[in-house]
Each structure stands twice: as C-alpha cells, then as structure tokens.
Design a protein around this ligand. Structure first.
Ligand code: B12
Length: 539
C-alpha cells in the first residue's frame, strides 16, 4: 500500500519570500511541517512519498492509491485542483490540515475523506479501516491529542536542501484569548508540550540533514513558544548545550508574545541558544484597540520598552500588525507607520483586520451585521465592515503602510536603528569559513545591491553594511540576511500596491466618499478591489 502526501503550491505571499530565491538559492523559505508529521504517523508497512509543490512538481502518474493533501487557506484553490485531477484518475483523495479543520464545509465536496483536527489518532485509524474496507468519509478529532506521542517528523522524505529553513513544533495552543485568533479555536488555550527529550531527538535527527544541505536555520512553528515558560526554559538549556557542541551553529526563529521582555532569564536563554529573530503579534500601537480584542498581554507593560529590551539582547523583532479595529480611525495609518519606524520593527506584515470563522470576533461582527463574507480565506483582503472608516479607506491605508514601510530609506532607517541597539558582542557565533552556499549568496547579493544603477538600492546596501562592520561586526550575517530579505518585501509590496497607493495617509480620508464607494461597501469581496480602483479614478 502506498500513500502520496502533497503540500500544494502557495500563491505569492509576503511570507513566501519568493523574491529572494535567486539570491540565496532556496526554492522555498520553509519546509512545511504538516506532511512530514503525517508521514511519521503512517505505519511502517505502508510506503509513503512526500511532494511539496513549492519545490517540485506533483507526480500525477504516481502509483500510490491514496493521495493525502494538506492546506492552509491560501492553498485551498490549488489543493482542490490537484484533488480533482487525482479523482479523475480514480485515486482516493483525502485532506487534512488547518483549512480542512477550520473551514471543513469548503473542502467537503472536493475530496473523498476529510480529516478535521489533529490526526495523531485519526490517520492511523483511517489506514486500518481502509485496509479493512470499512473507512468513513470524515474523521474528526475533537479531544486535543497528547503530542508526547507525536513521532519525529519524516524530514528524511523531504528535499531539505531546497528550503531556507525547516519548521519544528514543540507545543500546541496558546494561553491567551485574542478575539480574532483562530489558533485557540483550532488548538485550544491549554498549552500542550512535547517532552524536552522528544524535541532534542527531533533536533538531533534534523541537524545532520540541515548540515548536508548547507543550511543552518530552524523555525519553531509554535503559536507561542513561551506559552509554557517552565517547559521553554528546560528545553532552551538543552538546545544551548546541543548548539555549543556543533561547529556550525543553528540559528533559531520562532513566534512568541511580548511578555518575553519581562523574563530576563528566558531572554538570556534564548540568546544563548542563538535565537536571532522572533515574530511577535504586536498588532497595534493603540491600547484601546488592543483591549477591544482582549489582547491584554500587550497592554500590561510599556510596549515600546518591551520591544527595545528584546532588541537590545540581539534579537530582531518581526511583527504582525493589524489596522481596522473599532477604535481605529483614518489617522491610525500614520500612527502605525511612525510606531514601526520608531521601534525598529524590521519586518512586519500589516494587514486589514479579518474575522476568521468561529472566532469570537466573527461571532460579534456577525451579530452586528458587519461581516461581508463569513468564510474569509484570502490574505490581504478582509471580510469585515470597519466601524470608523470605510472598507476603501481601510484598503487604501493598508496599502499606504505596506508601501511606505519597505521604501529603501525607511527600511535603512529601521536597520540602522537596530544596529545601534545590538549588543557589542554576541555569545554564539559560527567560527571558521562560510559554506560554499553562503559564498554564492554573498556574491549574488553583491551583484544585486552593488552592481546596480538604482542608487537608492546601492545606498541602502552600503549604508547598512558599513554601519554594521563599523559598529557591530559580530552581527554581520544577521544584518546581511535582513538586507537580502528586503528585496522580497520591496518587490512583493510593489506588486501588492501597484496603481493603488494614496500619496500620503491623510488622503485616505478622501477615498471612498463617493456614493459608488459607499455602495461598494456591500459588494462581494471578489469585485471589491476593482471597484476601489474604479472609485478612485472616478473621485
Ligand atoms: C508555522 C506557520 C507559518 C509559517 C510556515 C508556513 C509553512 N510553510 O509551513 C509561515 C510564517 C511562513 C506562515 C505563513 C502563513 N500562514 Co501560517 N501558520 C503557521 C503555524 C503557526 C504552524 C503550522 C505548523 O507548522 N503546524 C504543525 C503541523 C504539524 O500541524 P498541522 O498542519 O495542523 O497538522 C496536523 C493536522 O492538521 C493534521 N494534518 C495536517 N495536514 C494533513 C494532511 C492529511 C492528509 C491528514 C490526514 C492530516 C493532516 O495532522 C497534523 C498532526 O496532527 C500555523 C498555526 C497552527 N498552529 O497550525 C499558522 C497557520 C497555518 N497559518 C495561517 C496563515 C493564514 C498563513 C498565511 C496565509 C498568512 C499570511 N498572512 O500570509 C501565510 C501563508 C504561507 C505562505 N507561505 O505565505 C493560518 C491558516 C488558516 C486557515 N484557515 O487555513 C494558520 C492556522 C494561522 C492562523 N492564525 O490562522 N505560517
């Protein structure tokens, strides 16, 4: 018996980082963790093959009898295309993952068997019932599983050398209760952890694969890596001695809450373990907007001081920022931009507030008749009707911020500010010569940034690199990789906002005041953007 597990192609997104593939030789930024996890849950006597369409083509001639699809919301269209093609060829197509779990009604008709929730128990049961010919078309895991039983993901079945980093999960769930978050809908507020030994076994299995691939980055895909601080500290101590035993140090990134800043011990452990970047859900500079959506963990302490505390330990902050809360008006866009600049938030995805299905926010806005579409699925768009601005103003403001954030000048300013904040020295560093892959990346980066007639691009490169070499040479690799990644954000934002940006945020107030625009408030989302462009042209 053979199973073919497929991670469909992601469309071009901010988080896809596709515009740097030509500089660092990767084909995709991160190795998806869902498919190697399901592969590991498959009994040893069942043959498993993994295909990640982001780094290789789907083999529609496969001799597997079961095709297993995983999917985030933005992959769903492609997943359904692949499902249709395989069903035409008589294959049994099954689907699981975040989208099947959060919006099963959208996936039902596209596949033969649907997996809702975690699959640690349902997948092996399905395979057993498949063999017995008694399988059903829906497997739903209601109780949260104990991930201490989750086996080491089958990264050996993936083409690790084609990725920039690899995802590893140590916990599931988040203790906080943000109104717009569907993580707690999917995985709950009780943080479940693996054992420290379990995670270390995963890292010991993965590290040689990374080394052979000439890669050094691991992304802990936890929703909140410090959701259970006691566990995080015990794990970090083991990671520190593991990393110290390696000649080529692993760089770690993860997602966590701003509450990190209040725990000096935890901060030091992260630094000693070589965590160089964290993604933090900062969301908004406005306390009243944060309180509105119960993001209380962001309002208890001085946010700006917390951000600086983390940065001054040598950890770069990337953030999730949201515009369009009920306490936001058209002045929030300038405010948000100034906040991002002032606090040197290097990379942030600033998106319009959206209400994922079944979240408390979704419930509330539905009761208030302020939902355009209740099964939002397209990043960069929103399914809500904001309170103190029009949808057109929200889109125009969102595009203005994204464009403004990633100009060469504004990005340079943030990076130079971060270089000033970095500690003079760095406890963990890979000594010795760079790998051939790193040399190639450096040469391509030099060609892109130094051998160009675009003097603004050149100026950003030299200003930042010279400042780093002069003031904080120990962080050159981290600073250089932030220069490299700017190419993606610049190109992505250019595309995102093409023909769609207001000159300055104050103009946002004018957008969308025509009757047509007001009417556009209630048109189905797909037309939305075209309508806006038309509105602007008309006004
Ligand atoms: C790590 C992560 C990222 C990383 C890496 C993504 C990647 N390529 O893998 C980054 C930061 C790049 C990212 C980006 C995005 N992400 Co993200 N991400 C996550 C996160 C935090 C963890 C995912 C993970 O590693 N899970 C670990 C695996 C093991 O868990 P799992 O997938 O749930 O798998 C289990 C079951 O679902 C099941 N299963 C899974 N697949 C299959 C398949 C079969 C056949 C079967 C039987 C079972 C099965 O079995 C597994 C074991 O129980 C999740 C939140 C979460 N906790 O799920 C959000 C999440 C998946 N992301 C989400 C989104 C929206 C995005 C973006 C679109 C955001 C954006 N604004 O651009 C982008 C899109 C990706 C892109 N390339 O651009 C949403 C998806 C929501 C939805 N309705 O689908 C989530 C749920 C977050 C959220 N708040 O809603 N993301």
């Amino acid at each position: 018996m053979k199973v073919y597990l497929v991670n469909p192609r992601y469309p071009d997104t901010f988080w896809g980082f596709r515009h740097v593939n030509d500089l660092n030789g990767m084909q995709y930024c991160i190795a998806n963790l869902s498919v190697p996890t399901v592969a590991a849950l498959t009994p040893a006597d069942v043959e498993v093959e993994i295909c990640d369409e982001n780094v290789e083509a789907v083999d529609f001639e496969t001799d597997a009898e079961i095709i297993g699809l995983t999917s985030f919301n933005i992959q769903s269209n492609r997943a359904f295309e692949i499902a249709a093609e395989f069903r035409k060829r008589g294959k049994l197509v099954v689907m699981g993952g975040p989208y099947a779990t959060l919006v099963p009604q959208h996936c039902r008709d596209h596949v033969d068997v649907l997996f809702v929730g975690e699959a640690e128990l349902t997948w092996p049961r399905f395979l057993q019932e498949y063999r017995a010919g008694t399988y059903s078309n829906l497997y739903e895991q209601v109780e949260k599983v104990d991930i201490k039983d989750t086996p080491i993901p089958r990264w050996d079945l993936m083409k690790i050398d084609r990725y920039g980093s690899v995802g590893v999960q140590t916990t599931r769930g988040c203790p906080f209760n943000c109104e717009f978050c569907d993580i707690i809908v999917m995985l709950g507020r009780k943080v479940r952890t693996k054992t420290v030994e379990q995670v270390m076994a995963e890292l010991r299995f993965l590290q040689p694969l990374l080394e052979r691939a000439g890669r050094e980055d691991i992304f802990f895909t936890d929703d909140n890596f410090i959701g259970n601080k006691k566990f995080a500290k015990e794990l970090l101590k083991e990671i520190i001695s593991f990393n110290n035993s390696l000649s080529r140090k692993i760089h770690f990134m993860t997602e966590l809450t701003i509450t990190l800043a209040n725990d000096e011990d935890l901060l030091d452990l992260l630094v000693q373990a070589n965590f160089t970047r964290v993604f933090v859900g900062i969301e908004s500079p406005r306390t009243e907007s944060l309180n509105e959506v119960a993001k209380v963990q962001n309002t208890r302490w001085d946010m700006e001081r917390s951000i600086e505390k983390i940065q001054s330990h040598g950890i770069f902050i990337w953030a999730g920022m949201i515009v369009g809360f009920d306490h936001d008006d058209v002045h929030v866009f300038r405010e948000m931009f100034d906040f991002i600049q002032k606090n040197k938030i290097i990379g942030s995805i600033t998106g319009p507030l959206s209400a994922p299905i079944n979240t408390p926010l979704w419930q509330r806005l539905r009761e208030e008749g302020r939902l355009i579409d209740d099964t939002w699925s397209d990043h960069g768009s929103t399914n809500i009707i904001p309170k103190n601005m029009t949808r057109q103003q929200l889109y125009a403001g969102y595009h203005w911020i994204m464009a403004e954030q990633y100009t060469y000048e504004n990005y340079t300013q943030r990076l130079l500010g971060m270089i000033d904040l970095l500690p003079a020295d760095r406890p963990v560093r890979t000594r010795g010569l760079p790998t051939w892959k790193q040399v190639k990346t450096l040469l391509k980066t030099l060609r892109y940034y130094a051998l160009t007639t675009d003097w603004r691009r050149q100026r950003m490169f030299w200003k930042v690199i010279v400042a780093c070499l002069r003031r904080k040479p120990a962080y050159l690799d981290e600073v250089l990789s932030h220069v490299i990644v700017h190419k993606h954000m610049y190109r992505h934002t250019e595309r995102l906002t093409e023909g769609f940006v207001v000159a300055n945020p104050a103009d946002v107030a004018d957008v969308g005041h025509t009757p047509a625009a007001r009417e556009a408030q209630h048109v189905p989302r797909a037309v939305d953007r075209a309508e806006e462009v038309w509105v602007r042209a008309a006004s």
